[in-house]
Design a protein. Structure first.
Length: 311
């Protein structure tokens, strides 16, 4: 398997109603969960359809697992799995028969097919319910089974388009747990579209943010969080007086200091500055410190900032 699972070079896709994807270029390393983040209508699903060869780009090109998406679309789809808008399950069939059907489509040998079905259903905790008709299952359980369907034939790369959208908290957590453990165990690359920032923060080693079809940021979540502003420090304790705030606000390592309440002080540090001297300063000023912790912007805060930035 190539070190680069996906390579996109200046892809644009136009429709009669407008431009859905606008000159995107990026690379997705093999073996990671890559988050493709954006609000509804940003171009996430269109990008997946381009990568699967279901749509042709207006301009630019892309390779998936070394295959050109224009000229080798069948090879792309053969070597990948996908869970898109619909789960792709037959509700009148049992869970086992659904996977049996797809295993036959993938031309998996009988012994391998049956062993793989048992492995996936056991791992997802539904082996004992394998004979139940899928139409009787909850939406969350159907989504778990659909995730198993996408990985049945052991693809090198799986595309997941909003896999937890519309699920309640418990069901969404269960799907994320299965996704995390299955991909870690099998070494598969995942291209995950989502507008759930907590999901991306938990799962993804790299993320890209798209807005109105344009790529506005890409990197490790920590790199994106660093764009949100200066690092922070929180000090909890007793005895915060005005002189403490004055000392901090004039300190060269401090951008801003604010007392949220009489027991909670927040400090914005300059990038790369050591917090230890400031804690010592606070203690020497007579504050009884109970807790000190670093604070950083959440990925959701970074995302909102990117959505609000002027072009």
């Amino acid at each position: 398997m190539t070190d680069i699972a996906i390579r996109i070079e200046n892809i644009t896709r136009d429709f009669e109603t407008g431009r859905a994807v606008d000159d995107i270029s990026l690379e997705v390393p093999s073996g990671i969960i890559f988050g493709f983040l954006g609000p509804n209508g940003a171009g996430k699903t269109t990008t997946i359809n381009l990568l699967l060869g279901l749509l042709e780009p207006t301009s630019g090109r892309a390779e998936v697992l070394g295959f050109d998406t224009r000229t080798q679309a069948n090879e792309v789809r053969t070597h990948t799995g996908a869970l898109l808008e619909h789960p792709g399950l037959y509700e009148q069939l049992s869970a086992e028969d659904n996977l049996e059907f797809y295993g036959r489509i993938w031309c998996m040998p009988e012994n391998e097919r049956r062993a793989r079905i048992k492995e996936l259903l056991t791992h997802m905790g539904v082996w004992e319910r394998r004979k139940e008709r899928v139409g009787t299952w909850s939406k969350g359980m159907k989504q778990k089974l659909a995730l198993g369907r996408s990985m049945l034939h052991r693809p090198s790369l799986v595309f997941l388009d909003e896999p937890t959208a519309g699920l309640d908290v418990v069901a969404a957590t269960a799907v994320r747990d299965d996704l995390e453990t299955l991909t870690a165990r099998e070494g598969v690359t995942v291209f995950l579209t989502t507008h759930n920032m907590a999901e991306a923060e938990r799962l993804c080693e790299q993320v890209a943010v798209i807005r109105d079809g344009e790529l506005v940021a890409i990197g490790h979540p920590d790199e994106l969080r660093a764009r949100a502003g200066d690092p922070g420090l929180e000090i909890l304790g007793h005895g915060f007086e005005d002189n403490v705030l004055n000392l901090l606000r004039t300190h060269p390592n401090v951008v801003a200091a604010e007392l949220l309440n009489e027991e909670h002080l927040t400090i914005d540090l300059r990038e790369g500055m050591n917090a230890a001297p400031l804690v010592s300063l606070v203690v020497s000023a007579g504050v009884q410190v109970e807790e000190v912790r670093r604070s950083k912007a959440s990925l959701e805060e970074v995302f909102l900032t990117l959505m609000e930035e002027e072009r």
